[in-house]
Design a protein around this ligand. Structure first.
Ligand SMILES: Nc1ncnc2c1ncn2[C@@H]1O[C@H](COP(=O)(O)OP(=O)(O)OP(=O)(O)O)[C@@H](O)[C@H]1O
Length: 237
C-alpha cells in the first residue's frame, strides 16, 4: 500500500496559480524518491503542497490513513527561547514520546551528529550546518511513516552527509518512505530509488535511473547528463 498518492493538476500562489501543472506520483514504504529540477522548477512548491500550506491547489493528495510525517526544511526554524534539548523535549511531549525513549534516542542522535556538547545552547546561535543537524535530529526522533526533505546536502559537512545518508537508509529499512528534493545529483544518483524530474512545474520524466537513461537515450549516462540533455538539450519523448 502506498504511503502517498499524489495527483496535482494545478497548484500555486494567490497571484500565481499554476506554478505546478502536472505532478503525479506515489511514494511506497521503504522507498527514497528524489525530486530533481532547476531553480524555480516547482520543487519547494510541490513540497509545500504536500505539507498543505499552499494557497491554491487543484487535485488530490491521498495519504495512507493515520500516517505520520516529518518535514526537514531547507531553512531551519526554531523557537527563540528554547535550547536544543528543550526543542527535543517539547517535540517528545507533543508526540507522546516517553521520557526514556527521548533520553535514549535523543542522546543517540545528538552523539551521532556530534551535537551533544551544544544540547543546552540556543539553536539560533548555531552555524547553518549545526541548525540543519538539529532539524534532522528532531525529525528522526519522530520515527514517522515518511519524511519530506528539502535540499539536505547543501550546508552539511561531508561527515554529516554520510551519517544522514546512512540514517535515511536505516529509516528505509524500517519501512519509512522519503521524498527528497536536491540539486546534488551525484549523491542523488547513488541513494535514490526513483526520481521525479521536474521543469516548469511539470514532471517530464520519472522512474529509476535505468528508466531515466532509457528515456534520455543516454544508456550509461549519469543522472546529471540525462537530466541536462532532457531539460536543456530537447527531450527524447
Ligand atoms: N510565495 C510565492 N508567491 C508567488 N510565487 C512564488 C512563491 N514562491 C515561489 N513562487 C514561484 O513559484 C515558482 C517555483 O518556485 P519553487 O520555490 O517551487 O522552485 P524550486 O524548484 O524549489 O526552486 P529552487 O531550486 O530555486 O529552490 C517560481 O517561479 C517562484 O517564483
Amino acid at each position: 500500500m502506498e504511503i502517498l498518492n499524489v495527483s496535482i493538476e494545478e497548484a500555486g500562489y494567490e497571484d500565481k496559480k499554476s506554478v505546478i501543472k502536472e505532478v503525479n506520483f506515489s511514494l511506497q514504504p521503504g522507498e527514497l524518491i528524489g525530486i530533481i529540477g532547476p531553480n524555480g522548477a516547482g520543487k519547494s512548491t510541490t513540497i509545500k503542497t504536500l505539507l498543505g500550506v499552499i494557497e491554491y491547489v487543484k487535485g488530490d493528495i491521498q495519504k495512507q490513513k493515520l500516517s505520520t510525517y516529518a518535514y526537514i526544511p531547507e531553512r531551519p526554524i526554531f523557537y527563540d527561547h528554547l535550547t536544543l534539548w528543550e526543542h527535543l523535549d517539547l517535540l517528545a511531549a507533543i508526540n507522546e514520546i516517553d521520557d526514556e525513549t527521548l533520553e535514549k534516542m535523543g542522546t543517540h542522535y545528538l552523539e551521532i551528529f556530534k551535537m551533544d556538547k551544544v544540547k543546552h545552547d540556543m539553536p539560533a546561535t548555531f552555524s547553518k550546518g549545526m541548525q540543519q543537524k538539529a532539524m534532522i535530529i528532531q525529525a528522526l526522533l519522530l520515527k514517522p511513516d515518511y519524511y519530506i526533505v528539502d535540499e539536505p546536502f547543501i550546508g552539511l559537512d561531508p561527515s554529516a552527509i554520510k551519517k544522514f545518508i546512512s540514517l535515511m537508509e536505516e529509516e528505509k529499512q524500517r519501512g519509512a518512505g522519503i521524498l527528497m528534493s536536491t540539486h546534488v545529483l551525484d549523491t542523488a544518483e547513488k541513494i535514490c530509488d526513483r526520481f521525479l524530474l521536474i521543469s516548469n512545474g511539470t514532471i517530464f520524466a520519472q522512474g529509476t535511473l535505468n528508466d531515466i537513461q532509457a528515456k534520455s537515450g543516454l544508456h550509461d549516462g549519469s543522472l546529471l547528463d540525462c537530466f541536462y540533455l532532457m531539460s536543456e538539450g530537447g527531450s527524447n519523448e
